[in-house]
Design a protein around this ligand. Structure first.
Ligand SMILES: C=C(O[C@H]1C=CC=C(C(=O)O)[C@@H]1O)C(=O)O
Length: 445
């Protein structure tokens, strides 16, 4: 079936029907292995979802992409007939993401071909596994919407019961790697950013690097996600394969925002150090990070900016204590931030207000974005941008697409960045970026 285009007017006229049921066997993995593109996986904590096929798609570009997706999502869900007894975890969601920058990219040979300014899809098939059980949700559109949703429900219930678990393969191995920029160019880039900080034009800018690797075998991203579930269980593990192009995937520790009712949860995550070889060394590094003036400043800029962005929406904002978030390969300063909204809002209004936080952009925002565009010799694409889901109530969760890579066949491009503030040392920032490649690189080497 031709998917609906959110930026075309058909969404408002066509019926959209969802059906769902609990299933006793099967896993989200079957959807990734046997479903058609677009495909998506989203897992965190005890919830794991996989989705495939587009009952409807929403695409947008430019500065209005957040508002355009919001309007199309609202129109789409307004048409959607969902059984009232379907539990909230099994209700249909629009999955997708946004490009980091608002403008079009001019680069040729970009790994981001097929990833527009914004792309979301309402899946034909969605399988959600939680501690409470596994749910199958199917959606149809157009004149035969109900029949299509019901047929998909029967077919997929059988498929989930029949398809045996696939035997996971190990990492494909890396044949060659190409860095952008070189360490010498990085020193120059950080040096120039530090001059802008000294001149008072910038307080902070997050500069990123790209690492292009040629793999020895084709990459199975679902296998990578299975392994990341063990190493990064508390991160947002995601995979997004739009209709064409490569697959964007990662295990990001950073939540941009989640909205449930009027409660907003977000966080400041900035300031990094490595892991020690022993628990005592870990503690020492964490204590040093908490005491570091440079990292405390880098972190405070992020926490203050998020608070300032949320305040116009909120009746109250609560800033938690600054703590250390310890991940398998790196430790970060983290402050949890929660807010109560004054009135009902759509999660995409909050995404628009918050992206990019100075954890991935900088301050002042416009000057930092200009510096990023002028400095980085590659396209950020969806790296460091909001990725996640929205539901019919306007609730949703978006993570920041860091600790991530985009891959196609035997080529993968990894991205990682570091916050440059007064007192940043170019070589230490270089080392920090290499640490931030580890979550993805460890799964490829
Ligand atoms: C920009 C990245 O990390 C951000 C998140 C945590 C800590 C960061 C830092 O210490 O610089 C960055 O702000 C990345 O991983 O590519």
């Amino acid at each position: 079936m031709e998917p609906l285009r959110g930026d075309e007017s058909t969404v408002g006229e066509t019926s959209v029907v969802t059906r769902g049921c609990r299933v006793e066997s099967g896993t989200p993995r079957t959807v990734l292995d046997t479903g058609t593109r677009p495909r998506c996986a989203w897992a965190t904590g005890s919830e794991s979802i996989a989705a495939s096929g587009a009952a409807a798609t929403v695409t947008a570009s430019g500065a209005s992409r957040f508002a355009d997706v919001q309007a199309a999502a609202t129109a789409l869900f307004d048409r959607c007939d969902v059984p009232t007894d379907l539990p909230s975890v099994a209700r249909p969601r629009l999955f997708g993401g946004f490009a980091f920058h608002e403008g079009d990219t001019e680069s040729t040979d970009s790994p981001w071909d097929g990833f527009p300014g914004a792309a979301f899809f309402l899946p034909e098939v969605q399988v959600t596994r939680t501690d409470g059980g596994t749910w199958l949700t199917t959606t149809g559109t157009g004149p035969t919407a109900a029949a299509d949703a019901e047929r998909r429900l029967d077919e997929w219930a059988d498929r989930l019961a029949d398809v045996p678990a696939s035997a996971p393969r190990g990492p494909p191995g890396v044949e060659s790697r190409e860095r952008t920029p070189s360490q010498a160019t990085w020193r120059d880039q950080v040096g120039a950013a530090l001059e802008s900080v000294d001149d008072g034009n910038l307080q902070k800018v997050v500069l990123a690097q790209a690492l292009r690797v040629r793999l020895r075998e084709d990459l199975s991203v679902p296998d990578v996600l299975d392994r990341l579930a063990v190493t990064y269980p508390d991160c947002y593990r995601f995979l997004l394969s739009p209709e064409d192009g490569g697959t964007f995937f990662g295990a990001t520790p950073e939540r941009l925002v989640s909205l449930r009712g009027r409660t907003v949860r977000t966080e400041a995550l900035a300031g990094s150090t490595g892991r020690g070889d022993t628990p005592a060394e870990d503690e020492w590094l964490a204590a040093e990070l908490l005491d570091s003036e440079k990292d405390t400043h880098e972190h405070a800029l992020v926490a203050d900016a998020i608070r300032d962005q949320l305040e116009p929406f909120a009746s109250s904002v609560r800033i938690g204590d600054r703590t250390v978030r310890r991940l398998a390969t790196v430790q970060h300063l983290r402050t949890s931030i929660t807010a109560e909204l004054q009135r009902d809002e759509h999660v995409l209004s909050l995404v628009e207000a918050l992206h990019p936080t100075p954890a991935v952009g900088g301050l002042p925002p416009d000057e930092a974005l200009r510096t990023i565009r002028e400095t980085e010799a590659f396209d950020r694409g969806w790296y460091a941008a909001p990725i996640g889901w929205v539901d019919a109530a306007g609730n949703g969760t978006f993570a920041v697409g860091i600790r991530s890579a985009v891959a196609k066949g035997r080529l993968a491009t990894l991205f990682a960045g570091a916050g440059i503030v007064a007192d940043s040392d170019p070589d230490r920032e270089w080392d920090e970026v290499q640490l931030k490649y580890r979550p993805m690189l460890d799964e490829l080497e």
